[in-house]
Every structure is written in C-alpha cells, then in structure tokens.
Design a protein around this ligand. Structure first.
Ligand code: S3P
Length: 446
C-alpha cells in the first residue's frame, strides 16, 4: 500500500491516518466483483475444458476459493492478469487430502459445501476465528436433505465435515435470505437426480442462477423461484466486471463529502446489486447509472455520484435488506451525515457477518456525533446534517467497517484514524492506495 508522510492520508502501521476534510475526485475501476469471481472459478472448475478468466477479484476471499479448488485437484494457473482453469467436469474433482482452510471467506465455505456434497468423498472445511463463529447449519440442513452427510461443530458452526453422496433434487424455501445458501443448493443440484427448486421470499444476489444459465445449464428463473435440472456447464472466456460493493464506499463517499465526484467504471450492475444506489438516490443523492453490456449474463457499466448537499434519511426492512446486505454498512454510515432519521430493521442477519455489524456500527457511528440506537434487528440513526466529528475508529477486523469508517474520516474536519485498516484486503486490497489517489482539496470547508 502506498504511503506518504506529508499527505493528508497516510498509513501508520495498520492505522489509516486522515487529516480531513478530504474531497474525493476521480474515476475508479475496482477489481473484479467478489461474488462473480467466486462463482466464475467454481463453474470453470466443473466445466469440461479450459476457461480463461481475467480481472478476478484481488481480495483474499477469492484466493481462498482458488486454494479450495486446488485442494480438489483443479489445475489453476495465474498468467499475469489472467487465470486459466483446467476444468475436467465434476467427476474430475479429487478427494481433498487435507482439511481445507477457507480463512475469512463465508462464500468459499458455503458455495464450496454445495460443490463437494455430491462427490463421493470426505471433505472437511474450516476457517479463521471469525468464520468459525458463522452459521453453517443453513447449508448443512438443505444439503443433508439432498442426501449428503453433513456435520457441523456444536452450534452449527465450522468446521464442517461433508461425506458426499449421490444427491436427489429438493424443493426448498430459503428460511434465511441468502445468496450463498441458494448458490450452494443450486451447485449441488447440478449433479443431483431430478430437479431442484429453490424459492426465495425476497430477492438475493442472482449471480449463481444467471451464470449457470449463461453457461448452458437448464435453469428457469421466475419471480422468487429458481428451477434447475441436472446439467453440465460450458467452459468460457470472461472478464469479470468490477465489484460494485467495493465501489459503493467511494460512491457513497462522494454523496457524503462536499464537492466530491466519483465515477466507478465497469462495475456489476445487476438489478439486485445496484439496489444500494437506488437507496442513495432516495436519500437525495445524485447518482447516474449507465449500463454498457453483459458478461456471463451479468449487466455491467458505470455509476457516477456527485455531492449535492441534500442527503436525507431512509427506511429499509425485510424487502430491501437481502439485496443490500453488504451495503447496509455504508448506507448506515451515510445516514450519520444526513438530515433526519434513518431506520434499518429486519437486519439481524448483519450480526452473523465478518463481525457483528450491528454492534460494530453502533459503536463506531456513535463517534460521529449522530444519535445511534442499537436494536436487536438494526439501527435507528439521527444524522448530524453536516460533517461528522473527527474520531478514532476501529475496523473490528471487518473489511466493510474499515472502508466505511475511512469515508467518515475523510468527511470530518481534523485528524481521524481507522485502526485495523488492513482488514480491507479481504475484498479490496487496493482501497488505501485508491483513496490516496482520489484525495483532492478541502476548499469547501476552509
Ligand atoms: C454473497 C452473499 C451475501 C454477502 C456476501 C457475498 C455471495 O451473503 O453478504 O458478502 O457472494 O453470495 P449471504 O448469502 O450470507 O447473505
């Protein structure tokens, strides 16, 4: 990561030091979308033939999926910005010879569980201290009813032990809105006997089903239902569009910080993933969206956000939360600077993420001067209608809390610090150097 002792933004060990206010100005091209990258790798691994994937996510989570696949004997080679995957079909996957460490990546563990559930092997999946606290019974239950023998540790947490079997398709209504659980069941359904039907009450990210369809699998996607017949997928060449969730910090930052303008080029713009931008617009932010094309069935294009000084509050609940699950962090952060009250409810799921995000946000956001009420299922926020107080923030070891509080640091007047900023490497290792590059002048406040 870049650092320069004289600059308004610098690194001091694992602490980001910001002398605010820092205006954000410029264009970012974030690395490949994390969710699309995981799935592209998994699908390339089970296709028959060579796939070439460029602009994969550079985050540590996607490296966990690459390691996961190597443990199953998949040939993966990185050639400069390109990853070449030698797919030999599902039957070409080998039994892992050791425990697979998914590190911090819940997506690797949950989607990976679906992949190995139909293989006649024993797989044991574990992770770091944060992942070992996260619920895995939500995949163990449906995969067991498909016929796999899946055991978790007491409390439904990792390690997860999976004895794969010949599976049968199921009809399953998701009790917890989760794209990872949906994806695990669909990946397992590829090799199951009979059709697999997944029903969801509210839309979660749609990457698994859309990508399966684009790669030739027999999938029907209707309102709230995905129906899959046993299928093979085709190898492919694709450039992964940029990560809209990574871009969301800079885009919301532009809406929060006077005189800022940020353009995020070449980012995923599927209907579910761009929902957070709709919420920012409903708050009064100025955001323009321009779709440019599709890759693996996923729309991508440009989002441009410009400060206009008119952020108000918002209210989101069960219908919106699943589609914004990773962006609630930055939306709650923006709410602290807005005029009026914001309400986030039906979001208890946030307590099961890389950190307990409701508790972490309540603690960090109360440092801004905003009124924060922590509730079992969300937050009530009364914004300060202006810049936040400069503060000492803690990332709680969570990449999204690290990046959101960095935006607060840029918005405040005075010196703020974000301790544990290196957590951002889980999804966006280039975050700090991009922030330094985007930092402009402070003429609005002075
Ligand atoms: C993801 C789904 C979401 C999200 C995670 C990535 C995915 O998790 O929080 O960062 O790629 O499917 P859930 O499925 O647990 O909601």
């Amino acid at each position: 990561m870049a650092s320069d002792d004289d600059s308004r933004i610098r690194l001091d060990g694992d602490t980001l030091v910001v002398e605010g206010p820092v205006v954000l100005a410029g264009t970012i091209r974030p690395p490949g979308d994390k969710s699309v990258s995981h799935r592209a790798l998994l699908m390339a691994a089970i296709a028959k033939g060579e796939s070439r994937i460029s602009n994969l996510s550079t985050g540590a989570d996607v490296s966990s999926t690459m390691r996961f696949l190597k443990c199953l004997g998949v040939g993966l080679q990185s050639r400069e910005a390109l990853v070449v995957v030698e797919g030999r079909g599902l039957e070409g996957l080998a039994e892992p010879t050791r425990v697979i460490d998914c590190q911090n990546s819940g997506t690797t563990m949950r989607l990976g569980s679906g992949l190995v559930a139909g293989l006649p092997y024993l797989s044991v999946l574990t992770g770091d201290a944060s992942l070992r606290r996260r619920p895995m019974d939500r995949v163990a239950v449906p995969l067991s009813s498909m016929g796999a023998a899946v055991n978790t540790s007491p409390g439904g947490v990792p390690p997860v032990m999976i004895r794969g079997r010949r599976l049968r398709g199921i009809e399953y209504e998701l009790p917890v809105a989760s794209a990872q659980v949906k994806g695990a069941i669909l990946l397992a359904g590829l090799a199951a006997e009979g059709r697999t039907l997944v029903k969801e009450k509210y839309p979660t990210r749609e990457h698994t089903e859309v990508m399966l369809k684009a790669l030739g699998a027999s999938v029907e996607i209707a309102d709230g239902e995905i129906c899959l017949e046993p299928s093979e997928v085709l190898p492919f060449h694709a450039e992964i569009p940029g990560d809209i969730s990574s871009a969301s910090f800079f885009l919301a930052g532009a809406a929060m910080i006077p005189n800022s303008t940020v353009e995020a080029e070449n980012v995923v713009l599927t209907p579910v993933r761009k929902r957070f931008a709709d919420i920012l617009v409903s708050m009064g932010a100025e955001i323009v969206c321009d779709c440019r094309g599709e890759v693996l069935g996923q729309s991508f294009g440009t989002l441009r956000a410009q400060w206009n000084g008119s952020l108000g509050g918002f209210s989101i609940g069960a219908r919106e939360i699943p589609s914004l699950i990773d962006e609630v962090v930055i939306l709650a952060t923006a709410a602290c600077l807005a005029r009026g009250t914001s309400l986030i409810k039906d979001a208890a799921e946030l307590r099961t993420k890389e950190s307990d995000r409701i508790a972490a946000l309540a603690r960090e956001l109360s440092k801004t001067g905003a009124f924060i009420e922590e509730r079992p299922d969300g937050l009530l926020i009364k914004g300060v209608n202006g810049p936040p107080v400069a503060a000492e923030y803690d990332s709680h070891g969570d990449h999204r809390i690290a990046m959101a509080t960095a935006m607060l640091a840029c918005a405040s007047k005075g010196v703020s610090r974000v301790h544990g900023i290196s957590a951002c490497a889980v999804s966006y290792p280039e975050f700090v150097s991009e922030l330094i590059r985007m930092a402009g002048s402070d003429h609005f406040y002075s």
